[in-house]
Design a protein around this ligand. Structure first.
Ligand code: SF4
Length: 452
């Protein structure tokens, strides 16, 4: 298809701007879709690659004058840095910008490794400003181009919703950016510092509409915390439900918000909510205090009752390996999951999550962390720490390998759970756990486990 870009710069030529996403938890990356739309509206003709589901297209890289690499999370950053060397090899002179939460946190390292720009926060706006500034000084010219407009990979290539025999194609959107909370282990506060921004309702509804047309029957609202602005979120959900009554959805919110917004949960269920992800992270009071989660074990129990009472599933996330989490604490988390019949509500990768302390982390302000005198390992984008009880570091390695291996070979989550519990119990000299296989009922989930 031939297109003509009228009176524009070389940067406006099709494919002159290339946006690359590395990994966004198995859903279609909003780190591509929103900047793509903003740049197109501004008259640019960017191309896109999502290396989570596609290979790196050498021709696209060769054609680009400016490449933006989206790094919203730690895994994406590691992949992005790996990609950097390949891109420079193919196109040594291209300007490279890393954008997303982990870009500015690691800017010193990235800029010293050949990245030209690092931006975080409102990436669409910032990327557009950057592209405009690169246009200035370029000679105005008219270009003929023979490239198709950017095409996003189909939704079927991404994670699906599953609940027993029910399978749904998943679309993705966010109604807000940032977060008003300051949990110390989270990468969002160092960038947003307790602020959050609502995305215009029409934009979110248009994104949902587009993805439904493409076949989405379930929407993941990936806001850091959907209930930071419950009125805004509910208005969007009501409008969505009115147009697409059979569409289901999931969202993420903190325990505190479940308690505060308990009255909304019956309506959320009626609007099609199937599960809610909540960052429980720990049960021990000291660990919860250091992470500044502002909830207690009793709050977690209550949140489960509220959510499950409406027929929605609660899927808790955990950070079970921290310098302060003892082997008894680890065992307590497993006992809790068993007692609350949550085995199928927890992705096995959650049993192997180890506290990550990136540069700029709010954890570095805590006395408990200062006392550890940690060293930054720039190349792994985090401070390194060892557990005072060497058994915990050993357990982490064993569980991590086990979880990876079981995921690869398709072992049932229940088997993995009791295997891990037996290992941890052995380590503490406890008898193996009594297995209650029948009490754990299947729960709705996405087919991609959470890796951050
Ligand atoms: S963990 Fe959740 S509630 Fe806490 S700061 Fe991060 S996004 Fe906000």
């Amino acid at each position: 298809m031939g297109t003509e870009t009228q009176g524009s710069s070389a940067m406006h030529a099709p494919g002159a701007i290339l946006l690359i996403s590395c990994y966004e938890l198995g859903h279609r990356p909003i780190g591509l879709t929103r900047p793509l739309r903003a740049l197109e509206e501004a008259g640019f003709a960017p191309d896109v690659i999502d290396i989570a589901v596609e290979s790196l297209d050498v021709e696209k890289v060769e054609r680009a004058r400016f490449i933006g690499i989206s790094v919203p999370m730690h895994t994406a950053l590691r992949l992005g840095v790996h990609l950097l060397h390949g891109i420079r090899h193919i196109n040594p002179d291209v300007s490279i910008c890393m954008y997303g939460l982990y870009a500015t946190l690691n800017a010193d390292y990235l800029l010293s490794r050949g990245v030209d720009f690092c931006i975080s926060g409102e990436a669409s706006t910032e990327l557009m400003a950057l592209a405009q500034s690169l246009v200035e000084g370029e000679q105005s010219e008219t270009q003929e181009a023979d490239f198709p407009i950017a095409e996003l990979p189909p939704l079927e290539m991404y994670a699906q919703f599953e609940d027993e025999d029910e399978v749904r194609t998943v679309g993705y959107t966010e109604t807000t950016h940032g977060c008003k909370h300051l949990c110390t282990h989270c990468p969002i506060p160092p960038v947003y510092d307790g602020r959050f921004f609502a995305v215009q309702r029409d934009i979110v509804l248009a994104e949902i509409h587009e993805q439904v047309v493409e076949g989405a029957t379930h929407i993941t609202f990936g806001d850091p915390d959907f209930l930071n602005g419950p009125t805004h979120g509910l208005r969007i959900l009501r409008a969505m439900h009115e147009t697409f009554p059979s569409l289901t959805f999931d969202f993420t919110t903190k325990v505190e918000h479940i308690l505060k917004n308990r009255n909304h949960f019956p309506e959320l269920a009626q609007l099609g909510c199937r599960f809610v992800i909540s960052a429980v992270e720990a049960l021990d009071e000291q660990v919860l205090t250091i992470l500044e989660k502002h909830h207690t074990r009793a709050d977690v129990e209550e949140a489960i009752d509220i959510v499950h009472g409406t027929g929605i599933a609660l899927r808790p996330t955990w950070v079970p390996f921290t310098p302060w989490t003892t082997l008894d604490d680890y065992l307590e988390i497993l006992q809790f999951i068993d007692a609350r019949r949550l085995v199928y509500h927890v992705d096995p990768v959650q049993y192997a999550v180890r506290l990550l302390i990136p540069p700029g982390s709010y954890l570095l302000n805590r006395l408990e962390v200062k006392a550890l005198s940690l060293k930054l390992d720039e190349a792994s984008f985090s401070y390194t720490w060892a557990h005072p009880d060497p058994r915990m570091d050993e357990l982490y390695k064993t569980v991590n390998d086990l979880v990876e291996n079981d995921a690869r070979t398709g072992v049932d989550a229940l088997e993995t759970f009791y295997h891990i519990w037996t290992l941890a119990a052995n380590m503490q000299g406890h008898p193996p756990p009594k297995q209650r296989r029948d009490v754990h009922l299947p729960a709705p989930r996405l087919t991609e486990a959470w890796f951050c």
